[in-house]
Design a protein around this ligand. Structure first.
Ligand code: HJL
Ligand code: ZN
Length: 166
């Protein structure tokens, strides 16, 4: 039901609006959802948590911490049908050199399957900082479906680049 996807992407966009605008990254919002029952597991926005954190990273870290675990072990407690809605596609390379979100999503794997099964994204990453983001190919290669939720592109990019020079 596409209207559900739009509701979750709208929620992710509301989260992105909370992010402090910066010139060298994007203001992004993310929502972790249990697709079996529609429950929102966690939300996140760029720089929400201490350190140079990304939206997807914050959502994963908050859910892990709510279960007494560090972010790298979040796969142990995520529901089997977890999906993530993110206003901008997960990064595969970061100027800071921090672990990209594609890798954080892939490492939710427990056994054969990643726990995050699908990534719903509002826009592809512009090629401003790191050239073409080939994250979707990497995720699909790991069996993680990437689905574009259309209709929010203009608003997402306006929020994402709020801190950039005109
Ligand atoms: N999907 C996504 N979620 C975010 O929360 C965020 N900030 C970006 N931004 C991607 C951009 O490529 C990196 O922000 C720059 O490459 C700078 O890298 P750092 O963020 O300093 O590690 N992308
Ligand atoms: Zn990222």
């Amino acid at each position: 039901d596409p209207s559900h996807h739009e509701a979750y992407m709208r929620l992710a966009l509301e989260e992105a609006k909370k992010s402090p605008p910066k010139p060298f990254n994007y203001c992004v919002g993310a929502v972790l959802v249990d697709e079996t029952n529609g429950e929102v597991l966690a939300t996140g926005y760029t720089l929400e948590l201490a350190g140079n954190t990304h939206a997807e990273q914050c959502a994963l870290q908050k859910y892990a911490q709510a279960h007494g675990l560090p972010e790298e072990r979040v796969g142990e407690v995520l529901p089997a049908q977890t999906v993530i809605y993110t206003t901008m596609e997960p990064c595969t390379l970061r100027l800071s050199g921090n672990l990209p979100c594609v890798d954080r999503i892939i490492r939710t794997r427990v056994g054969a399957e990643p726990k995050v099964k699908k990534v719903y994204l509002g826009v592809k990453e512009p090629e401003k900082f790191v050239g073409e983001n080939r994250g979707r190919a990497k995720l699909e290669g790991e069996g993680i479906e990437c689905i574009h939720v259309p209709g929010f592109e203009e608003e997402i990019l306006k929020v994402a680049t709020a801190g950039h020079e005109e």
